[in-house]
Design a protein around this ligand. Structure first.
Ligand code: IMP
Ligand code: MG
Length: 214
């Protein structure tokens, strides 16, 4: 059982459970037809604040780059991509890859590229943008593949990181929040395509989910 008090994390930002008041306010305001939601872990406001901090950091780090490209991994990165690009004050382009490795709440450990990026990344400063790092296998595989395509630089940005679950050595250059080992949905993340439209990050009550969907 993970203690509910604030978890202080290594890079100076913290994940904290929203207060019961914040959660009940959210529940009243936002009614979504997902019965399998466990608890709200990260609110819309917390995400907004952290994403603009990352945008400011990227703006600063890429001051000398005229060839910045955000490369989003679909479909989980959609919300992060659109919010992040609005807070980057540099010229930039974007592209996407459609990648999958999960079935339900289980990683298959096998990364499938369903659709590749369309623009060349050779000579570009590329930031791969993903929703969550779990075992790290997906981003490790994609990073290796993209490195061979000769970008000028290649970094990783992920909204969430389940550090306790890493199976490969992967450094995340821009990380939103480190979270405990929950299966989560919202802000682009899904369980079997459900839950992506929630504007916050919530845990899934897996027992309830399996009662509902088998
Ligand atoms: P990894 O290869 O094990 O790091 O898995 C990464 C991918 O698995 C992510 O890009 C997500 O699509 C999916 N994933 C991992 N954990 C979760 C979760 O808690 N909720 C939703 N999707 C997840
Ligand atoms: Mg994903």
């Amino acid at each position: 059982m993970i203690p509910k008090k604030a978890l202080f994390l290594k890079r100076g930002y913290s994940f904290r459970h929203p207060s019961p008041i914040e959660v009940s306010r959210l529940n009243q305001r936002l009614k979504y037809p997902y019965e399998f939601i466990g608890e709200i872990l990260i609110t819309q406001d917390q995400i907004e604040e952290r994403v603009s901090e990352i945008g400011a950091q990227i703006t600063n780090d890429y001051q000398n780059s005229e060839k910045l490209m955000l490369l989003g991994l679909l479909r989980g990165s959609v919300m992060l991509m659109t919010d992040l690009m609005r807070s980057i004050r540099r010229p930039m382009t974007m592209d996407f890859m459609l990648v999958s490795s999960y079935a339900g709440s289980e990683s298959t450990g096998f990364v499938r590229i369903d659709s590749d990026h369309k623009s060349s990344i050779a000579g570009w400063d590329v930031i791969i943008v993903d929703d969550i790092v779990d075992t790290g296998v997906t981003l490790h595989t994609i990073k290796k593949l993209l490195q061979d395509r000769n970008p000028r630089s290649l970094k990783i940005c992920s909204l969430l990181d389940k550090t306790a679950r890493h199976k490969v050595d992967l450094s995340i250059d821009y990380c939103g929040f480190e979270i405990p080992d929950y299966f989560v949905v919202g802000y682009g993340l899904d369980i079997d395509e459900k839950g992506r439209n929630l504007p916050y990050i919530a845990s899934v009550d897996l027992e309830k989910y399996h009662q509902l969907y088998g």
